[in-house]
Design a protein around this ligand. Structure first.
Ligand code: HEC
Ligand code: HEC
Ligand code: HEC
Ligand code: HEC
Ligand code: HEC
Ligand code: HEC
Length: 221
């Protein structure tokens, strides 16, 4: 009899603990409800940002000050710049080149903060992602005097590499930052094999020592 009672109490406590576990995450102090229950789209999708583990919102959102449904914007994100993200991710400041959009606007031009159907929380995959902000003429124009600085005379070397030969942007560029100019990686991959790049800029062009071909330079006209 006594044992059944203890088992009953235990089951009750465990169920209670389970309930509490299901209610994990940041809670709205006004109505006592977890935020995610009203904002389910933020915690669903094939790829959820680990920052929202256990349905936490507080790392990035304010959650005090009154009723946010009366005063829209009250619980808005604390900061839309890269600083928010650099609270947990390594800061890129100090690298020789940093993707200017990161210092200008932050990370949200390319990443969703909560979840995404794409890997790495991306809003689109390269090169489509890149052409949200950069002109397609960068790789489309065979001859140019302005579509790109990566040209020899007027021959676009972006066309030669990324256009005609379909070499991915990220074989040469790092999406975030690099110890070389123009976001040029020191190490990359063309999908099949490792690629190394040593780049130096010259007055009107640049020199590349790469694992893909003999050292070559280009000079703009
Ligand atoms: C009872 C449901 C409910 C709860 C709980 C709740 N919200 Fe909201 N929230 C809403 C509604 C409704 C709106 C206004 C419509 C919309 O933008 O979705 C809103 C709007 C917002 C907005 C956008 C405001 C804007 O300017 O558009 C943010 C950010 C937000 N909520 C964050 C939170 C956070 C963080 C929590 C937990 C601390 C939370 N919410 C809890 C229902 C809720
Ligand atoms: C890693 C930081 C981070 C976490 C954690 C986070 N958010 Fe956000 N949230 C953002 C950012 C950044 C924006 C602004 C997005 C924009 O303006 O494009 C935002 C915007 C929102 C908005 C406004 C609508 C929208 O999508 O722009 C709502 C609502 C919201 N978040 C709810 C939540 C809830 C609920 C949680 C917790 C379950 C949460 N967020 C956790 C970073 C975060
Ligand atoms: C509260 C801490 C925290 C904050 C703030 C935060 N992150 Fe994260 N983020 C993580 C953790 C933990 C991981 C998983 C480990 C890793 O990849 O570093 C992660 C992973 C990621 C990933 C890789 C996801 C994948 O599928 O591999 C991206 C992209 C990302 N975060 C972008 C952002 C952006 C953009 C912001 C700012 C809006 C941000 N993070 C803010 C903690 C955070
Ligand atoms: C110009 C677009 C762009 C911007 C802006 C951007 N990212 Fe990314 N990020 C990417 C791409 C593309 C990948 C995936 C790279 C791959 O698949 O190798 C990525 C991958 C990541 C990853 C996964 C680990 C890694 O390095 O591959 C994290 C974490 C991340 N980004 C965080 C951030 C943070 C934090 C910011 C802002 C400081 C930011 N990103 C700004 C495009 C961007
Ligand atoms: C949200 C907008 C945005 C996206 C998306 C974006 N960029 Fe950029 N990028 C910029 C801005 C702004 C600049 C500075 C002005 C310029 O050079 O066009 C820049 C500059 C650059 C530079 C020159 C950096 C230097 O130091 O000379 C390279 C290289 C570059 N981006 C590569 C990429 C690649 C590769 C992608 C796709 C993975 C991409 N960008 C996606 C906004 C973006
Ligand atoms: C073979 C290596 C390589 C590939 C692949 C490549 N780039 Fe570049 N990119 C460069 C070099 C080198 C520069 C520096 C040109 C200069 O300033 O002399 C550059 C410069 C840039 C710039 C600065 C503006 C300009 O055109 O001078 C942008 C933006 C850019 N690349 C975007 C991209 C995008 C987007 C892709 C993919 C569609 C891509 N790159 C593919 C090597 C490459």
């Amino acid at each position: 009899m006594e044992r059944t009672f203890i088992a009953f109490v235990l089951a009750f406590l465990l169920a209670g603990a389970n309930c509490l576990a299901a209610e994990s995450g940041t809670v709205d102090p006004i109505n006592g409800k977890p935020c995610y229950k009203c904002h389910r789209s933020k915690v669903s999708g094939p790829n959820i940002h680990p920052a929202l583990a256990d349905n936490q919102c507080e790392p990035c959102h304010a959650t005090t000050g009154g009723d946010h449904k009366m005063k829209l914007g009250l619980y808005n994100v604390k900061d839309r710049s890269a600083k928010l993200c650099w609270e947990c991710h390594d800061s890129l400041v100090g690298q020789k080149s940093v993707h200017p959009i990161i210092t200008e606007e932050g990370c949200l031009g390319c990443h969703a903060p909560h979840s995404s159907t794409l890997g790495k929380l991306l809003k689109a995959t390269p090169p489509v992602l890149c052409f949200r902000c950069h002109e397609q003429s960068l790789v489309d124009e065979k001859e140019t005097q302005k579509a790109t600085n990566f040209r020899d005379g007027t021959q676009s070397l972006h066309f030669v590499h990324a256009g005609k030969n379909g070499i991915p942007c990220l074989t040469c560029h790092d999406q975030h930052a690099s110890s070389q100019l123009h976001l040029l990686r020191t190490k990359g991959t063309n999908g099949k094999e490792a690629v190394t790049i040593t780049y130096t800029a010259t007055d009107k062009g640049g020199n590349c020592t790469v694992s893909c071909h003999d050292p070559l330079g280009y000079e703009r006209k």
